[in-house]
Write a protein that binds this ligand. Structure first.
Ligand code: PRP
Length: 206
């Protein structure tokens, strides 16, 4: 049996459809209530977790496979996994966003940037050789400029409607994001065939 850590929410919903298309009996998935772990037939054991915890479970080898957004993978310090598949779902991008006049800002202080992703933000501004102050927010990052806390944000943009509704816009795209299937390296060594078979099935039915 393969153990899979699935990111709760949209990815979980998408993967439920994929498992159904593959032909698995997804009754347990559909009937799931507060359970954190369910089995699909006697083939897959699935746990439902927050995205960073999916990476933690892969890091500690308690699951074979993780399904998680590349935003989390880029931000997380742990990189010692195999990325076996781009599921091409949950597509969005990281971008620097602000009010239109951000481009003409001429401040005599460091720019302030709000984000849920301080590592990605730090790397991006280091590449640009721009010294900024990064302020971590946990959600609704757009509030940074809206309440006057920061000059801009680095955040995920999907439809752009949150930005638009708050008078903000994309200043610069940083990177594309999509859902990835990752694998613990040791588990891959011992369960290679089983893992690759599943990856093949998912790829054909995604
Ligand atoms: C994400 C992101 C943006 C929004 C972008 O937030 O942080 O706020 O989605 O989507 P859009 O371009 O389609 O409007 P999420 O809904 O995950 O909530 P959070 O900000 O509270 O984390």
């Amino acid at each position: 049996m393969l153990k899979i850590a699935l990111t709760k929410g949209r990815i979980e919903k998408n993967m439920t459809e994929t498992f159904e298309k593959i032909g698995y009996d997804i009754t347990n998935l559909m009937n799931k209530d507060r359970e954190l772990q369910i089995n699909i037939e006697d083939k897959l054991q699935i746990i439902f977790a927050k995205s960073n915890d999916v990476v933690t479970f892969i890091e500690h080898g308690v699951v074979d496979i993780g399904i998680v957004g590349s935003d989390t993978l880029l931000e997380n310090a742990f990189k010692d996994y195999y990325e076996l598949l781009d599921l091409e779902i949950g597509k969005c991008c990281f971008a620097v966003c602000s009010y239109p006049d951000y481009r003409n800002l001429n401040l005599n202080r460091r720019k302030k940037i709000a984000t849920k992703y301080p590592n990605i933000t730090k790397k991006y501004f280091e590449r640009k050789e721009e010294d900024v102050e990064i302020i971590k927010l946990e959600g609704s990052v757009e509030l940074g400029p809206v309440v006057g806390l920061t000059d801009a944000i680095v955040d995920i943009v999907e439809t752009g409607s949150t930005l638009k509704a708050n008078g903000l816009e994309v200043i610069e795209r940083i990177a594309n994001i999509s859902t990835r299937l990752i694998c613990n390296k040791t588990k891959f060594k011992y369960k290679k065939e089983e893992i690759l078979n599943l990856v093949d099935l998912i790829e054909k039915h995604k």
